[in-house]
Structure formats: structure tokens, C-alpha cells
Design a protein around this ligand. Structure first.
Ligand SMILES: NC(=O)c1ccc[n+]([C@@H]2O[C@H](COP(=O)([O-])OP(=O)(O)OC[C@H]3O[C@@H](n4cnc5c(N)ncnc54)[C@H](O)[C@@H]3O)[C@@H](O)[C@H]2O)c1
Ligand SMILES: [Zn+2]
Length: 361
């Protein structure tokens, strides 16, 4: 169990293996007086939806499913409207609870719906992808995309509980597993050198998806995220560290129309860009850069991008919503286990670094 300390908005994250049937035991404090809704996507519903629904119904919740198609295309306000309408029809009121069963898409949509329905009702995260288990289900960032960009509409709304069932990962496609690993490696680089070393030393177990190893990894990532969020809930400072590799990564995702790379693949390449830029600014040693590159490569994530113009990448980076006052803010590793935020890197230096990070260089 990991606790996220946020005063009146504090909550627990439970991590375990083969235990989700016991989840209702942990729901005793959640009101059953009003109807509930279980939001999920088509894939997850077909794998776990009915069993999960029966479980919460047996526990006394009068719950109906809302099944969204899944994928980034459905993370939008139109999907939310359909869910709000169902919530009204099903009689959900201010005493109701939203269950979010799925990956980061379901979690972000369900969290946003919970944040806004009747000015905010409680929700529970049951993340089913590695990315959601180590990152998106914790910390209360919720939101949807606009046609003009990702995650442009949202709210901070903390869940009441997070339940992590490691066994859900059994059915996760390999590429989605790897995308989660990119975020796992990120925690080692920004926060915890020992954890990075653990990842280096347990590569074979990670690749084999060893359950004990995964439980440890997920718990440690949740602990780190909980610490970061407790210090800076609304990203005024230290929480920005979690964006390591993301400014580069988001640009790669957008320029390739979200088709070429998964989020984690783009973040992996972006992390290497950040490490190399840090080296070129004299902030990080060459041996640390190669350690970061080696781990990313060894787990099976890409390390270079292909056929993209550095100037186009830089232009796209300026469009990222993380930029404040038109300045590029970059998270750069100072060593494995510690990063800093730098906002005065000359564009020419970023362009020459991007030249080195391309497959054709
Ligand atoms: N709120 C945050 O703090 C935060 C942080 C990081 C990412 N995100 C968001 O998360 C989203 C990406 O999340 P994701 O990577 O989990 O993608 P996702 O939710 O699209 O899930 C990936 C795919 O795996 C399927 N799936 C989910 N669980 C499965 C399981 N157990 N077995 C088999 N298939 C399964 C899904 O149906 C989907 O097709 C992005 O929109 C991103 O912006 C949010
Ligand atoms: Zn991410």
C-alpha cells in the first residue's frame, strides 16, 4: 500500500497480484446509496468487464457499464457528453461513484467526467495498463483532447482509491507493456538512482514480466509519484520533473500524427534527447548518457527517431502546453537519479543535438 498525502484529498494505492476479487473489502467507506457507473473501453470490457461489474454489484453497488471505443480518438468532449447523458439517465447524483477500469485513456476520461459531473463526484481508479498503473492513475490529472491538441481541457481531481492488479498485465500487448516501461525508467532517472540500478540488474525478470519484480516496480513508481504529487499537486514546481523526455516526445508523437510511436516509445527517444542535450551543456557525463541509452535499448524501446526535420521538432515543442510565456522549459538529467529544469537552452544547440538523435545521423 502506498499513501498519497494530500490533506483532505489523501488516498491509498493498493498494489497486489491475483487479488482483485477481494477489492470490495476495501470499498467499505464508499457510499452505495446512489447508483454508480463503471467506465471502461471495449477491449478491457471484453476481458474483465462483466466479471468486474458483477463483483461490484455483489458488493452492493447499483452499477451500469459505460463502454467507450478506446484509443486517443475517443478521448474527447463528445465521449464525455455521452457518458454524462447516461449518468443522468441512470440516476447518478452527488453521492454516486465512478469506477474507471482501463488504461490511461479510460482513466483520463472517467476522471474528467467525475471531476465535472454535478461539479465533482468521487472516482476510483482500477488501471489495467502498465502506463496507467505506474503513472496516469495516480496524481489526479484528468482531461481530454481538443482537435487542436492533446489534453488541452482538464481538471485536477484526485481519485478516492487506486487498485492495481498486476495480473491484468497478462493480457496486455507487448508494445503497450514497453510503453509503460519508458515511464518506469523515467522515475529512476528523475528521482531514484538505486531504482535505476535495480532495473539494470533485473532486466531478464522485467522482460519475462516476473510478477514479484513487477509488483516491486509498480509500488516503487507509485511511491515516487505519490511523493512528487504530495509536494506539488498542481505542477507549479517539482512535478514538472515527471515531464522528462515528454517535450521532445510529444513533438515526435504530434509530428507523426500519433501513428508511428506509442507514447512511451516517443518518451524513450525524448529521454535520450534530453540526456544528450544535458551532456552537450556540460550538465551530465558521457558515461551516464550511455547508461541511460543502454537501459532504454535493452528493454526493447527505440532510441532514435527517423526522417524528421529538427526545425519542425523544435517548432512543435513550442506548441506543447507545458511551455510558459513562450519559453521552452526542459527537464534535463544532472545525473541518473536527479534532474533539473532549464529554460534557456539556445535553439541552435537543441537543433544540433536533434541532428545527432536521428536514425540517419
Ligand atoms: N493523467 C495522467 O497523469 C497521465 C499520465 C500519462 C499518460 N496519460 C494519458 O494516458 C493515455 C495513454 O494511456 P495507455 O497507454 O494506458 O493507453 P490506453 O488506455 O489506450 O490502453 C492501451 C491499449 O491497451 C488496451 N488495454 C488496456 N488494458 C489492457 C489489458 N489489461 N489487457 C489487454 N489490453 C488492454 C486498451 O484497450 C488500449 O487498446 C494518453 O491519453 C495519455 O495522455 C495521462
Ligand atoms: Zn508520459
Amino acid at each position: 500500500m502506498v499513501r498519497v498525502e494530500l490533506g483532505p484529498r489523501s488516498y491509498d494505492i493498493f498494489v497486489g497480484e491475483n487479488w482483485w476479487h477481494r477489492m470490495p473489502d476495501f470499498l467499505t467507506s464508499i457510499s452505495r446509496k446512489s447508483p454508480a457507473i463503471m467506465i471502461t473501453d471495449k477491449n478491457v470490457f471484453s476481458l474483465y468487464g462483466m466479471r468486474f461489474l458483477e463483483l461490484i454489484r455483489q458488493a452492493g453497488f447499483q452499477a451500469e457499464p459505460a463502454i467507450i471505443p478506446g484509443g486517443e480518438d475517443c478521448k474527447n468532449l463528445a465521449t464525455c457528453t455521452l457518458i454524462y447523458e447516461q449518468m443522468v439517465t441512470d440516476g447518478l447524483d452527488r453521492g454516486s461513484t465512478v469506477f474507471a477500469l482501463g488504461g490511461g485513456i479510460v482513466g483520463d476520461v472517467a476522471g474528467f467526467v467525475a471531476a465535472t459531473y454535478m461539479r465533482g463526484i468521487p472516482y476510483i481508479q482500477i488501471p489495467t495498463t502498465l502506463l496507467a498503473q505506474v503513472d496516469s492513475s495516480v496524481g489526479g490529472k484528468t482531461g481530454v483532447n481538443l482537435p487542436l491538441g492533446k489534453n488541452l481541457v482538464g481538471a485536477f481531481h484526485q481519485p478516492s482509491l487506486v487498485f492495481v492488479e498486476v495480473d491484468f498485465l497478462d493480457t496486455l500487448p507487448q508494445r503497450e507493456y514497453l510503453t509503460g516501461l519508458a515511464e518506469v525508467i523515467k522515475y529512476g532517472i528523475i528521482w531514484d538512482r538505486q531504482f535505476f540500478i535495480y532495473l539494470e540488474e533485473n532486466l531478464a525478470r522485467i522482460k519475462a514480466q516476473d510478477k514479484d519484480c513487477l509488483q516491486y516496480i509498480i509500488s516503487r513508481c507509485c511511491e515516487i509519484k505519490a511523493q512528487v504529487v504530495a509536494q506539488d499537486e498542481t505542477e507549479k514546481g517539482v512535478r514538472a520533473m515527471l515531464n522528462l523526455g515528454h517535450t521532445f516526445g510529444h513533438a515526435l508523437e504530434a509530428l507523426t500524427l500519433y501513428e508511428r510511436y506509442t507514447h512511451g516509445e516517443a518518451v524513450a527517444i525524448g529521454t535520450i534527447c534530453a540526456a544528450r542535450l544535458s551532456q552537450s551543456l556540460g550538465l551530465l557525463s558521457a558515461s551516464e548518457v550511455s547508461r541511460i541509452e543502454q537501459l532504454i535499448e535493452a528493454v526493447g524501446l527505440p532510441t532514435r527517431f527517423e526522417n524528421l526535420d529538427p526545425q519542425a521538432i523544435i517548432a512543435q515543442m513550442y506548441r506543447d502546453k507545458k511551455q510558459v510565456g513562450g519559453r521552452l522549459q526542459l527537464v534535463l538529467p544532472a545525473t541518473v537519479g536527479q534532474c533539473r529544469i532549464v529554460d534557456q537552452v539556445p535553439e541552435s544547440q537543441i537543433a544540433s543535438l536533434l541532428g545527432q538523435c536521428s536514425e540517419n545521423s
